[in-house]
Each structure stands twice: as structure tokens, then as C-alpha cells.
Design a protein around this ligand. Structure first.
Ligand SMILES: [Zn+2]
Length: 208
């Protein structure tokens, strides 16, 4: 049973023999069903051929594909600005079910811009699950389809727009003194967020 959505980074070496991948080296990725998640292994061509030749016939086989390893960029090129991708990474790393709808929409936006590619689409426990790959880093995102109803899209669009502009709210560690006992609701759309229109987000809704 899929209990969490996650990001699985591309390995820098072969999971079977431990050898480091060289820049531009072709490798194979295999996803196996490990009950609560899809276990990813990246393999060198030799190990793929000699030890995983029959992997497609295994009962826990989910998917496999080939890629070309590229050495990671120097750290100074790290992303500074909050983008749909950096926000999605943060949401997935939080692994908070309340952000599943926002993560689903962000992944769909990134797919439209060809910044994520669908590698596999399957149903687990009655829910659609998408396995996306970020082509340039090789990272794999497991994204759960929250099964949004039509009237829920607008609220999630507003949430995504707000998150892109303002970032993820920090946990309320220090409450302002003038705060009432009313719990803060992050579901309530603000007028400010509602006023923002984003063509990409709207277009995602229209294809669903
Ligand atoms: Zn190997």
C-alpha cells in the first residue's frame, strides 16, 4: 500500500556492484514494489544485463527505463528562487497529506512545461499514482492523484498560487499575542490569492 509520496534521487553509482557512474554513462533504473513505496535502483549496464535480465517477470516489478548519468552541477548553481519544482520538492519532502492536492497540480504544471516526464501511471489501493522523472537530474517523484472534484480545483489553484508567492507557512511555533483561540485555517482562500491568475494553473484544470 502506498502510504507516502516521495522523491527518489538518481543514484551516483550502481546499486548492485557499487561502482560510481561516469559522466554521460548509460544506466538502467528499475522500480520494484516495496509495499509502502516504490524502491528505486539504478544499475550499470553490466549488472542490468547479468543480474536483472528477468526483472520484468518478478511479481514486485513496476517499471524500468534507461537513462544517461550526468555529473551533478557545482553547488553555486543551486536554485535560489522558489519555482514550481522547488516548491514541489519541499511539499513532497514534508510528506504532509494536506499538500497532496497542491503537489498533484504542481506536478501536472511541470509536466506540461516538459520539466517532468511521466514514467509510469498505475492504480494502487484505488488511487492513481504517477511516477514522474525530472529529466535533467534523473530524480523520481511519486505523486498521488487526490481525485479532486470539480468544485475543489479552484481552491487548490488558489493554494498553489499562494504557496508559489509566499512559500510554505512555517509551523506555528510562536503565536502572536493578539491571536485569538480560533485555529488558523490554511484552507481559507484569501482575497489576495484569489485575485492572482496564473495561466499555467488554469490550463492544468482545463485538461482534467
Ligand atoms: Zn553494477
Amino acid at each position: 500500500m502506498i502510504t507516502e509520496w516521495n522523491i527518489q534521487s538518481r543514484g551516483h553509482g550502481c546499486a548492485a556492484c557499487g561502482r560510481s557512474f561516469a559522466d554521460k554513462e548509460a544506466y538502467h533504473t528499475v522500480l520494484l514494489d516495496a509495499r509502502s513505496e516504490f524502491a528505486r535502483s539504478d544499475l550499470c549496464a553490466d549488472c542490468w544485463r547479468t543480474r536483472f535480465a528477468d526483472v520484468r517477470s518478478r511479481p514486485d516489478f513496476i517499471s524500468c527505463w534507461q537513462g544517461v548519468y550526468t555529473a551533478p552541477p557545482p553547488p553555486e548553481e543551486a536554485i535560489k528562487k522558489e519555482t514550481a519544482e522547488t516548491l514541489l520538492r519541499k511539499l513532497v519532502e514534508l510528506n504532509d497529506p494536506k499538500y497532496i492536492p497542491a503537489g498533484f497540480i504542481l506536478a501536472a504544471m511541470l509536466e506540461r512545461k516538459r520539466l517532468l516526464k511521466v514514467k509510469e501511471q498505475l492504480v494502487r489501493d484505488g488511487r492513481r499514482v504517477f511516477v514522474y522523472e525530472q529529466p535533467s537530474t534523473g530524480d523520481v517523484f511519486t505523486i498521488i492523484d487526490p481525485g479532486l472534484k470539480l468544485d475543489e480545483w479552484e481552491q487548490v489553484h488558489q493554494e498553489v498560487t499562494h504557496l508559489l508567492e509566499h512559500g510554505i507557512p512555517q509551523p506555528a511555533a510562536s503565536q502572536p499575542e493578539n491571536h485569538t483561540s480560533e485555529p488558523a485555517s490554511d484552507a481559507a482562500p484569501s482575497a489576495e490569492a484569489a485575485a492572482v491568475t496564473d495561466g499555467d494553473i488554469g490550463a492544468v484544470a482545463s485538461v482534467q
